[in-house]
Design a protein around this ligand. Sequence first.
Ligand code: NAD
Length: 250
Amino acid sequence: MGRLSRKVALITGAGMGMGEAEAILFAKEGAKVIVTDINEEAGQDTINKIEKAGQKAEFMKLNVTDESNWTTVMRAVIEKYGKLDVLVNNAGILLFKTLEETTEDEWEGIFKVNTKGVFLGCKHAVEGMKKAGGGSIINISSIYGIIGAPSAAAYEASKGAVRELTKAAAADFAKYNIRVNSVHPGLIDTPMTSDIIKDPAQTKQVLSTTIMDRPGTPEEVALPVLMLASDESSYMTGSELVIDGGYTAR
Ligand SMILES: NC(=O)c1ccc[n+]([C@@H]2O[C@H](COP(=O)([O-])OP(=O)(O)OC[C@H]3O[C@@H](n4cnc5c(N)ncnc54)[C@H](O)[C@@H]3O)[C@@H](O)[C@H]2O)c1
């Protein structure tokens, strides 16, 4: 018996990085996983890895910024599986620019994916989760949704909004037995951060305040996300799970 057996789980941005690690782990733990991404090739690659590990999963193309995509995908999930138990709102994009350098278009582009995408996900998960008798939504924010740092103003504001949106959704959805929690990773080694991690000076700067003095792996985020997805976290809602090697601890 896996920790997610009989659960139907949809993960956004699951074509690479942390979303991919979560999809692989959830499938191993018995969930029926719907891998979604805007990038079909990357999504298919995740499916291949899941199948290579002896499990099955399904890919559906989903651009998190497009409400009609959410409607189509959720309709397909309900038609096929009858319900949705778990949603990980993981898709996100990064912009390294100071506030002064950030253009209006860039600000709106970041908010569209990182914040509106999460709002749409929460909104459209409800119908399938009501059919399941409840559910768990996990919103991937960041340590930069809690603390400030130079040169990522739009990203930080978008992730701060996800932190608060999570609490609002937890309050609105409790009546449906849907729990909503946010996750706040520190520096994690994924395609998003490969340029930072390749540059020793930048890595040193971030890690200078990380107690564990190393980046995390996608799997080290996927395991706590699994706990939030499972019934093991049945009394957690509206909470913030920090997974940062101690970055925000000092
Ligand atoms: N890597 C880190 O250090 C770090 C730290 C804190 C938080 N995060 C957050 O964790 C999440 C995952 O990050 P990652 O490092 O794995 O990123 P990544 O860039 O490695 O992967 C992100 C995935 O999201 C997909 N995506 C982008 N825009 C999309 C859209 N509009 N619709 C659907 N899919 C879309 C991409 O195609 C990609 O497959 C993001 O929300 C990110 O902001 C990352």
